[in-house]
Design a protein around this ligand. Structure first.
Ligand code: F6R
Length: 614
């Protein structure tokens, strides 16, 4: 987690650093800080909270200089305090360092440094790293010595890091290094940059170069030198132009980014479908898979993996693809999968999913699958991400940038990608053309169905407000609506801080029913599908124990209305798209409850948009 930005050039680095940091807040927003080389020497400014607080602080009491490094933090070691905010200095105070990652042997290094008399002012692994590198520089004279000392110091460091180092001894340049955490180098007109991702440099850098693991770079305004772990110079990697149009970060009249993103879903889903539905062939075409139909047919088993909301989308995919393609599909969270010795053979494809494409566990799952020789396909929202770059092929979900921390449009776009994949692989494995044609029609109607679901917002808001004071919630669904229940519960937990627990409806009787009471609303997903009657039975069991029930059903379902305390009837549709509509209704439900409770919807406590540590 955490985001870092560095800038070196003839102009004041501070405005560049603040601009970049604001774009990296999705990686954490516990505290922010920067260090710049000023005529009075190395100066550091750090504040607790969002980057805006740091900007206010600097407006009141400006700092000016270059080069500079900066950081936005998601706390791993030590609480959210000014002392734990980055940058951190070494023991001499001459070096300042920002870090993204986790130093796994920080305790051991700290003990060694303490024994030598080092004094620490924070609980962070980063301050240990600053002291550790700084100590090795004691006798460094000149760049060659400096580089050798940094290499020696990093050779003893275990864990993941992307670092930016500011030090007057670097003579107007910055030092950057990475192992396991992302870092790019950017070049603009007069300035050069380092950053955790290229989006941070949008509008500032014209070309981007990727630093590789275990490389060290010396970045100056007009030059770039890269060295490998043996200290040998490496040629600059191929650069790509920063084609990103400025990210649209406006609210467009919406009260929150999450609200805007929920309402963007009809258009996002339209974009995701564009050019992919082949009506003549009654199938779906994904050019990005880079596989012929013959090659795809050879795959006999799928493993879907991801984290959080993306894992829930993967679980939806498991139901859909198994049903349509009649092939075994397993779903596992990436953090488990990467350490589980899962058997993978040449007939298994691993589909690694991550909207950001930078989630540490997802990237590690991808690399582990590659090591085992499996075909690895990626599903993500960022075609320039590590996941997109390192997979054998994949699907871009085309959701556009998502700024609200809680995933909304990326969840539905991921689920839609898997629904399309189910049809494509279904057609390779015996799904009749007539059935597939019906499913394509259902998908084509999805954007309009989503618009009609969004029209129910006021009603959903009223239900959310009515139950906002309940401390606990149960979310229940069957089949492909079960992952939607999990996702609905996650949304509620993330942005309302209410407790919610999700289960397959029938699991109630196996223990969860003990939680049913008049203060615990049960949220049922009960479309009129093959398991509708079963769900009604489960609802009756909750009602019999005086539990309030809120049901999300299908248009015209008067039976459900008669049975439940509150009912939201969604457009009636087929089994492929009904769970997506339910999911959107639950996004609105969580959103309006969070607003009613006065929560910080777009930046909920303790979270970060992209989880780049394991
Ligand atoms: C929840 C949420 C997270 C992410 C998870 C994976 O609203 O956003 O649970 O889904 O951190 O992120 P990606 O998809 O970027 O790998």
């Amino acid at each position: 987690m955490c985001g870092i930005v560095g800038c070196v050039g003839p102009r004041d680095a501070v405005p560049f650093l603040l601009r970049g940091l604001e774009r990296l807040e999705y990686r954490g927003y516990d505290s922010a800080g920067l260090a710049v080389l000023t005529p009075a020497g190395l100066q550091i400014r750090r504040t607790v909270g969002r980057v805006g607080r740091l900007a206010e602080n600097l407006a009141q009491s400006p700092l000016e200089g270059s080069p500079g490094i900066s950081h936005t933090r998601w706390a791993t070691h030590g609480p959210v305090t000014g002392a734990n905010a980055h940058p951190h200095r070494d023991a001499t105070g001459r070096l300042a360092l920002v870090h993204n990652g986790v130093i796994e042997n920080h305790d051991e290094l700290r003990q060694r440094l303490l024994a030598e008399g080092h004094v620490f002012s924070s609980d962070t692994d980063t301050e240990v790293l600053a002291h550790w590198i700084g100590k090795s520089l004691d006798s460094a004279t000149g760049w060659d010595d400096y580089l050798a000392a940094v290499r020696r110091a990093l050779a003893e460091v275990r864990g993941s890091y992307a670092i930016g180092v500011l030090d007057a001894r670097l003579e107007g340049s910055l030092l950057a290094a990475r192992a396991g955490s992302p870092l790019v180098i950017g070049r603009g007109g007069q300035e050069s940059f380092i950053a955790s991702d290229e989006q941070a440099l949008s509008g500032m850098a014209r070309e981007i170069l990727d630093l590789e693991d275990f490389q060290i770079a010396r970045v100056a305004s007009g030059s770039l030198e890269i060295f490998d772990r043996a200290g040998s110079p490496r040629s600059s990697p191929a650069s790509r132009s920063l084609s990103l149009t400025e990210v649209d970060e406006g609210l467009g009249g919406h009260p929150h980014h999450m609200h805007k993103e929920i309402h963007e879903q009809p258009r996002c889903l339209e974009r995701a479908l564009e050019g992919r539905l082949d009506e003549d062939g009654a199938t779906v075409v994904f050019a990005g898979l880079h596989r012929t139909n013959r090659q795809l047919r050879e795959i006999q088993r799928l493993v879907l993996t991801g984290c959080g909301s993306t894992l829930h989308a993967a679980m939806f995919g498991e139901y859909v693809i198994e049903n349509l393609a009649r092939m075994p599909v397993e779903c596992d969270c990436a953090s488990e999968f990467r350490y589980r010795n899962a058997p993978l053979d040449t007939q298994t494809a691993v589909i690694v999913m991550s909207q950001s494409g930078e989630t540490a566990d997802a990237v590690a799952a991808l690399r582990e699958s590659r090591r085992k020789g499996a075909l690895v396909l990626g599903i993500c929202n960022n075609p320039r991400s590590t996941l997109a770059r390192e997979s054998d092929g994949g699907i871009e979900i085309r959701a556009g940038s998502e700024i609200g921390v809680a995933a909304t449009k990326t969840f539905t776009a991921e689920a839609l990608a898997l629904a399309m994949l189910g049809i494509q692989w279904g057609r390779l494995r015996g799904l009749p053309a007539a059935e597939a044609t019906q499913l394509l029609k259902e998908l084509q109607s999805l954007p309009e169905l989503v618009r009609r679901t969004l029209d129910l917002e006021e009603q959903i808001a009223r239900v959310a407000q009515r139950f906002a004071q309940a401390p606990n919630f149960l979310f229940l669904g069957r089949q492909a609506s079960y992952p939607v229940a999990l996702e609905g519960a996650l949304k509620l937990k993330e942005i309302t801080y209410r407790f919610a627990s999700a289960h397959p409806s029938a699991e109630l009787k196996h223990g969860v029913i003990a939680l049913v009471n008049p203060d615990t609303p049960a949220i049922f997903l009960a479309a009129q599908d093959a398991v509708y009657e079963k769900n009604l039975g489960n609802i009756a069991e909750v009602k019999a124990r005086c539990g309030p029930v809120v049901a999300f059903g299908s248009d015209g379902d008067t039976r459900l209305e008669a049975l439940c305390d509150a009912t939201v009837l969604l457009p009636a549709t087929g089994g492929l798209t009904a769970p997506l509509l339910q999911s959107i209704a639950l996004q609105l439900f969580a959103y309006h409850m969070a607003v009613a409770l006065g929560r910080e919807v777009d930046r909920p406590r303790n979270l970060a948009k992209s989880v780049t540590v394991e």
